[in-house]
Every structure is written in C-alpha cells, then in structure tokens.
Design a protein around this ligand. Structure first.
Ligand code: HEM
Length: 136
C-alpha cells in the first residue's frame, strides 16, 4: 500500500457518500446539510485525489510514513468535519466543538503537506517519475 493508493481509496469512498448525500438532498428537497455535502466532496474527493496524484509522482514520498500520516489525518478531519457540520445544520449546535477540532486536524494535515512539499529532500531525492519504454 502506498500513500497515493490510500488517498485514492479514501477519495472514492468519500465521493460515493457525498453523491448519496447530494441525491438525498435533491430527492427530499431538504438542502439543510448542503455545507456538509460541499465539505465532504471538496475535502474528501477533490483534495484527497490531488494529494494522491502528488504522492504518486514522487515515489520516495509515496512510501514515506509522513505521507501516510498526512492522508490519515486529512481523512479523519474530513469525516469528523462532515458529521459535525451536518449536525450543526440540523440544529445540534452541541457539535460546534467537534467542528472546531476537525478544522484544526485539517489545518495540521495541510501544514504537514506543506512541509512535505517544501522540504529540500523531497524535490532533490525524487522528482517526477520519468517512464521510459523499451524500443520495439
Ligand atoms: C450526483 C451528484 C451530486 C448531487 C445530486 C448533488 C446535489 C447537490 C445539492 C442538492 C446541493 C444544494 C444546492 C443548494 O441548496 O443551493 C449541492 C450543493 C453543492 N454541491 Fe453537490 N451534488 C452532487 C455532487 C457534487 C460534487 C461531486 C461536488 C464537488 C466535487 C459537489 C459540490 C457541491 C458544492 C460546493 C455545493 C454548494 C453550492 C453552493 O454553495 O451553492 N457536489 N449539491
């Protein structure tokens, strides 16, 4: 398992749930959980898929422990935030602290990703993969 394949698996799982939420909102004409749907799709599908593409292009990073931690943190933050935001918009304001914690988890995962992008070893040791096919 690599960090990119973990990202892609989480991303696909999140979009299935996100689309189910969207269809549920459309079918019931009740859009109150729209912010949760938007966060799940944009954090869980779009962003995670982009992380996966980035890691896939950097093989050394793709197997690193920090990249796994980043994907894990991001995914946990996305799940907690989606549930908390949905709860808040359904009237359960007690979920507010959970949304705050989730936002800090997502911030931590963002900072970790920034570290992985900026640290000198990442770009020096493993640039984008060059694939060469043998001549036929
Ligand atoms: C079958 C798939 C989907 C359905 C049925 C669906 C349905 C909906 C519905 C009913 C709303 C509420 C609109 C409103 O109240 O004004 C909404 C909002 C939203 N959806 Fe989806 N959605 C789907 C997929 C997606 C995907 C894949 C993404 C992102 C990658 C996405 C991102 C958003 C965003 C950002 C909003 C908020 C728009 C706003 O602020 O006006 N949706 N969606």
């Amino acid at each position: 398992m690599t960090a990119s394949s973990l990202s892609f698996r989480f991303a696909v799982t999140f979009i299935i749930v996100g689309i189910a939420m969207g269809i549920g909102m459309a079918a019931t004409q009740d859009h109150s959980i729209m912010p949760a749907h938007a966060h799940l799709n944009l954090l869980g599908w779009v962003s995670l898929f982009l992380f996966g593409l980035y890691y896939e292009r950097r093989p050394a990073l793709d197997t690193s422990r920090l990249a796994f931690i980043q994907v894990g943190l991001w995914s946990v933050g996305t799940i907690v935030m989606t549930i908390a935001v949905a709860a808040i918009h359904l009237g359960y304001t007690a979920a507010d602290p959970a949304a705050a914690v989730a936002s800090l988890i997502v911030l931590a995962a963002t900072l970790l990703f920034a570290y992985l992008v900026f640290r000198p070893t990442t770009s020096a040791a493993s640039g984008p993969t060059v694939r060469m096919n043998p001549a036929e």
